[in-house]
Structures are given as structure tokens and as C-alpha cells.
Design a protein around this ligand. Sequence first.
Ligand SMILES: NC(=O)c1ccc[n+]([C@@H]2O[C@H](COP(=O)([O-])OP(=O)(O)OC[C@H]3O[C@@H](n4cnc5c(N)ncnc54)[C@H](OP(=O)(O)O)[C@@H]3O)[C@@H](O)[C@H]2O)c1
Length: 282
Amino acid sequence: MRALITGGGGQLASDLQTLLGDQATSFSRGELDIADTAAVDRAFADVAPDVVFNCAAFHNLDVCEVEADRAWEVNVRAVRDLASRGAKLVHLSTNYVFDGRAERPYGEDDLPSPRSIYALTKLAGEHAALAYGDGALVVRAAGLYGTHGSASKGGNFVERMRTRALEQGWLKMVADQRLQPTFTADLAAALVDAVERGAAGTVHLTAEGACSWLEFTEAIMELAGIDVAVEPVTTTVQPGQPDRPLNGVLARPAADALGLPRLRPWREQLADYLSQTAPVAR
Ligand SMILES: NC(=O)c1ccc[n+]([C@@H]2O[C@H](COP(=O)([O-])OP(=O)(O)OC[C@H]3O[C@@H](n4cnc5c(N)ncnc54)[C@H](OP(=O)(O)O)[C@@H]3O)[C@@H](O)[C@H]2O)c1
């Protein structure tokens, strides 16, 4: 495989680059803005990829609301451009394409109902990838954290909680939003495996099991050996603020039908992540 990775400064892209080594060339946003067609021309000419992992995204939920044009440019128009160039496109999308009001996990074929500019653009980006990319693979992920951290979100959730707990000595966290927190190292391996198996279409690839953000935070504290109480709170959405799905849990009938292996349970992934990262100084 000769792979081109976009969004190279990010957490998923970093783990993909580590996994693929010499088989991949990764470009950070400074090296390749995917919305800059001439820069994309140059990168494709340099790498001549068989496969493109599009890990670049404009994905800070609140910023997308106020910079909607940029969200459409990066999350939709640029995806069509990447899809149209003949290489297989692996495009990352999100559980946020669903409104989270269902009682059960969402399968790949459930009807999306995005509730924010970010989610709207990610859904449109899925269509751009599938419509313009021959054999494109759209992978909906959720709750990503990785050793590299996401700069646009101020690092990853695990590190933010570890730091906040040690600084404040207490935490509060929503108990009514559910997700499948997923370690990017596991997702990166699943993406490469899916490509090697020739998977195409839309699949859900997330950690097994599910928890609330409260339970995830409690597990981080327990596994990191930090003794702080986590106060449960209920989600409130201010008028004009973007909605986060309460039920963000994904089922994976399409991924199963393609024979893609299941990822490890979320708690096992978290323990592995914590074993690889230095504890925050106390
Ligand atoms: N994080 C999550 O919980 C989550 C959940 C579901 C799906 N996803 C999706 O998974 C993918 C990877 O997420 P991640 O957590 O690895 O994100 P990340 O760590 O924030 O990485 C995204 C990267 O994209 C870069 N980028 C932004 N605009 C760009 C542009 N125009 N051209 C090139 N690069 C650009 C960012 O650079 P700067 O930092 O310099 O802006 C950043 O390095 C994204 O498609 C995201 O929508 C993420």
C-alpha cells in the first residue's frame, strides 16, 4: 500500500503514520491544506497514492457553528476533491450524524439526522466521498483519544480530565450522554485492516461496549490512580448552541457483514492508552 495521510498533525493520523511507516506519507495542515486544490495536486504528484486516509477535519463543534463556510470547505468540498483523484479514499466521519434520540445503538443504515453545522458537513462529506470516490470507505468513529492529542480540542479528553482532576481536586461530568470511547491506535489498525480486506461503503468502527461520559471519566480516574469524586450532571443546551447526541452509541451490522474484526472493549483500550502515556505530574 502506498498511502497518503491528511491531517497529519492529528491524533488518528499520527497513529496511522506510526503503523504504516514507510508505506505512508503524512501531511500536516501546514504542509497540506486539503481545501487548497493546488497543494493537493502537488501532494498527489509527490506520493502517487493507492489509498488516501483523510484524517483532516474542521471539527471543533462550537467553532463550526460560527465558521460554517470553512466547515463546508474542509469537510465537504475538499472531500469531493480528494475522492475524485482515482486513489481509494478512506474518509472519517462521526456518530454525530445521528441525533441521538433513539433508545438503541445506531446501525450504518439508520437514517442520519445531524443537529449541528459540524454534523451536517460531516454527513455531506460522507456523500461526497461515496459519490465521487470509486470504492470509497466511509468510517464513522466516536469519542477519539490518542497519545498525540487533538490540538483543536486542547489535547484529548483523557488528558484534560487528568489535568483538571489534579488541578481542581474535583470533577463534574454529564451522565446522560453515552458513547464508545475509542483509542486512535486501535482505530488506525482497524482502518488498515479494512483497506486490506477491500472494504467499501459505510461502516461503524468503534470500541466495543459503551458508557456515559461520567463512567468514562470515573474509569480514567480509577485506572490512572487519581482519587477524586466525579459529580454527575445533566446535559443542558443553551439556545443557539449545537446539540450533542445523548445516545452516541453505534452498532455495526455492515462492518460485521464485511467480516471486519471487532475492536477491543473501551476499558481495555483505555488501560492500554494509560500504560503508554506518562502520568501527569502531581
Ligand atoms: N475526535 C473525535 O472524538 C472524533 C469523533 C468522531 C469522528 N472524528 C473524525 O475523525 C477524524 C480524525 O479526528 P482526530 O480526533 O484525529 O482529529 P485531530 O487530532 O484534531 O486531527 C485533525 C487534523 O486535521 C487538521 N486539519 C484541519 N483542517 C485542515 C485542513 N483544511 N487541511 C488539512 N488538515 C486540516 C488539524 O490541524 P489543526 O489542529 O492545525 O487545525 C488536525 O491536525 C476527523 O475526520 C474527525 O471528524 C473524530
